[in-house]
Design a protein around this ligand. Structure first.
Ligand code: G3P
Length: 228
């Protein structure tokens, strides 16, 4: 499993990138609004994220257009920002059509707001490079977000979509709307390719009380060695 950071916060991205295990970043309009982002700075901000994480880390930048042609225009502009930009598009009819058009022009798309197997299969057929099923928001309406990720991983894995995607690359499932380290565990066990996590969850993923306890006793015993 690869880990993406789900944020538009540059300080968080810099910190997470310095840990050496970051494989990408996902953003959305809400995350950009949360850091006080302004419309006129959007492209520059996405460019800065691309620079921080480097050319091998995909950075999802979301289109807020609602029609096929507008989404395609938006997507082509976003793709100009950097080679590692991935255009994020909501799972809807116009979004599917735009995904097909962008994939045909070798622009990778991350289909977001995906909540069902049929949506995921349509996204794959439309040429999406990444598909993002949401966990937490599904749980929020008293449904089972983890089960949905498992179903989507299984359904996509049943078929070969390499002819449908940009440059014949394999589709990757991004578990999104991740709210806990346990979500990450369960998604890894189900074979999700990527988990995109908020910085708070990434920090919790590193921690374990037995690691802290073990470290504490190692340091105390080492002190004894030094004073022996
Ligand atoms: O990137 C989209 C997704 O991860 C949003 O998560 O917590 O706002 O449902 P959340």
């Amino acid at each position: 499993m690869k880990f993406f950071l789900d944020t538009a916060d540059l300080a968080e991205i810099e910190e997470a990138a310095s840990w050496g295990a970051l494989a990408g970043v996902t953003t959305n309009p809400s995350l950009y609004a949360k850091i006080g982002g302004r419309l006129e700075n959007f492209h520059a901000h996405m460019k800065r994220i691309c620079e921080i994480v480097g050319p091998d880390c995909p950075v999802s930048a979301e289109s807020v257009a609602m029609t096929r042609d507008e989404i395609v225009r938006d997507g082509l502009e976003l793709a100009e920002i950097a080679d590692n930009i991935v255009v994020k598009i909501p799972t809807m009819v116009e979004g599917l059509a735009a995904t097909r058009a962008l994939a045909d022009q070798n622009v990778p798309v991350n289909m977001t707001l995906c909540f069902s197997v049929p949506q995921a299969l349509l996204a794959a057929r439309a040429g999406a490079r990444y598909i993002s099923p949401f966990i937490g928001r599904f749980d929020d309406i008293s449904d089972d977000g983890l089960a949905q990720v498992g179903n989507i991983v299984q359904a996509i894995g049943n078929y070969d979509f390499t002819n449908n995607t940009v440059n014949g690359e394999q589709i990757e499932i991004i578990a999104a709307s991740v709210r806990s380290a346990n979500h990450v565990t369960q998604c890894a066990l189900m074979g999700a390719d990527i988990a995109t996590v908020p910085f708070g969850v990434l920090k919790k993923m590193v921690q374990h009380p037995l690691t802290d306890r073990g470290l504490d006793s190692f340091m105390k015993d080492w002190e004894k060695v030094q004073n022996a």
